[in-house]
Design a protein around this ligand. Structure first.
Ligand code: OMP
Length: 293
């Protein structure tokens, strides 16, 4: 898959939505998280320092990046090692890109607009050392405060995934509260993303995050016209059948994400790839059944 280019509009072939749809069709709808938890480093017999981080993250990336549509490094695990950890993250981004995976950098940024512009420059600008194909962002300073990231992503053929209804149980209290007007806070996020995606083909660049662990019907996704990142699959307890229950007919645009449940099979590259293949086959079976519903 080629990297993003510098200009254009949603609907162009190199827009993030189009590149993601192509990657999901070619490689199956699975996003694997590269989350170098200290406990996983220890399970892989690696030291809990930056050399262990590097071995872990590059082993996982080299083993998997040719086989999945999207790799999602979790920034915090790299940041916790300081500048040398960030240097490892840069290598992960580069290695994944060379292997043709799209890279979704999980940084969950959210800030006032003028600072959001700096985050956009850090992660969504051509040539930035930490540029990724997409990032996760938090809308809790107001969806409008994300504008600099949304417009930068559109200009550079990149994407954003906005937290809507997250997989963790604590998310319910704020995200299921009633928003100004009507409906829940989570639904207002999905609706704002849908506005940005209107008219894009085959998918818009503004995705949302809805955990695979949530109850069916908590958010309506039928008008989104964008991708849905669904973490919570695997280690947090959601199964492929839960994905079908939660997302039903929208499953075609859903990108289930799993980190620990894949990574625990390492350090053998073969065992990591076998875990990915098994997970992908399970997902393919439920997506197929959802299509025939
Ligand atoms: O944005 C995310 O990626 C995310 C959103 C969410 O609602 N829940 C969630 O678990 N995540 C991330 O997805 C990954 C889940 O990891 P596992 O539970 O090991 O599969 C972690 O990196 C989380 O930070």
């Amino acid at each position: 898959m080629s990297g993003p280019v510098a200009s254009g509009a949603a609907g162009r072939p190199d827009a993030f939505g189009a590149r993601l749809a192509e990657a999901m069709a070619a490689r199956g709808p699975l996003c694997v998280g590269v989350d170098p938890h200290p406990s996983l480093l220890s399970a892989w017999d690696l030291p809990a320092d930056v050399t262990g981080l590097e071995r872990f993250a590059l082993t996982a990336t080299e083993a998997l990046a040719e086989h999945v549509a999207v790799l999602k490094p979790q920034s915090a695990f790299f940041e916790s090692h300081g500048a040398r950890g960030i240097a490892v993250l840069e290598r992960v981004l580069d290695t994944a890109r060379q292997a043709g995976a799209l890279v979704l950098l999980d940084v969950k940024r959210g800030d006032i607009g003028s600072t959001m512009a700096a985050y956009a420059a850090a992660y969504l600008a051509d040539g930035a050392p930490l540029a990724a194909d997409a990032i996760t962002v938090s809308p809790y300073l107001g969806f409008g405060s994300l504008e600099p990231a949304l417009s930068q992503a559109r200009r550079t053929g990149r994407g954003v995934f906005v937290l809507a209804r997250t997989s963790n149980p604590e998310g319910h209290a704020v995200q299921s509260a009633t928003a100004a007007g009507d409906g829940t806070v989570a639904q207002s996020v999905v609706d704002a993303a849908a506005e940005r995606n209107a008219g894009a083909e085959p998918l818009g660049d503004v995705g949302v995050v809805v955990g695979a662990t949530v109850k069916p019907g908590e958010v309506r996704l039928d008008g989104l016209n964008g991708p849905v990142l669904a973490p919570g699959f695997g280690a947090q307890g959601a199964t492929a059948r839960d994905l079908r229950r939660v997302f039903g007919p929208e499953l075609g645009a859903v990108l289930p994400a799993s980190s620990r449940d894949v990574l625990r099979h390492g350090p053998s590259p073969l065992a990591l790839r076998t875990a990915v293949r098994r997970t992908r086959d399970e997902l393919a079976a439920v997506v197929e059944t959802a299509r025939s519903l």
